[in-house]
Design a protein around this ligand. Structure first.
Ligand code: AMP
Ligand code: ZN
Length: 112
């Protein structure tokens, strides 16, 4: 499958790993929007939030377990923001479900 994040997970495209376990891979965004900008992805290919089902939602739960670990590892003691863009209106560019972890400064109070 021609998926950028699947290639990053398997290691054929390099990335800066922040956290990894059997279900989750987390790495630095190549175009950071904040001092800390990490992407967390399930190791199984799910195209977007629209692809989450009762059968695969455990992978999403594992991401939410990983988020506080990645945030702590990145020193985000004063809070952070988690975003997942789904589909064209949200400008999703990579069609493998991912969660942006943003922090390291006061973020804009308007989300969109
Ligand atoms: P989205 O727009 O929500 O689909 O987010 C995709 C994110 O992937 C963007 O923030 C990009 O900067 C990031 N990105 C694209 N290619 C790479 C890469 N090779 N390594 C790390 N991050 C990437
Ligand atoms: Zn993928």
């Amino acid at each position: 499958m021609d998926c950028l994040f699947c290639k990053i997970i398997e290691g054929s495209i390099p990335s800066q790993k922040v956290y990894e376990d059997d279900a989750v891979y987390a790495f630095r965004d190549i175009n950071p929007m904040a001092p800390v900008h990490v992407l967390l992805v399930p190791k199984t290919h799910i195209p977007s939030m629209d692809g989450v089902t009762a059968e695969n939602s455990a992978a999403v739960a594992r991401i939410f377990e990983a988020i506080p670990k990645a945030a702590a590892a990145e020193g985000l003691t004063n809070g952070y923001r988690v975003i997942s863009n789904c589909g064209d209106d949200a400008c999703q560019t990579v069609k493998h479900l991912h969660f942006h972890l943003l922090g390291g400064r006061k973020l804009p109070d308007r989300m969109a």
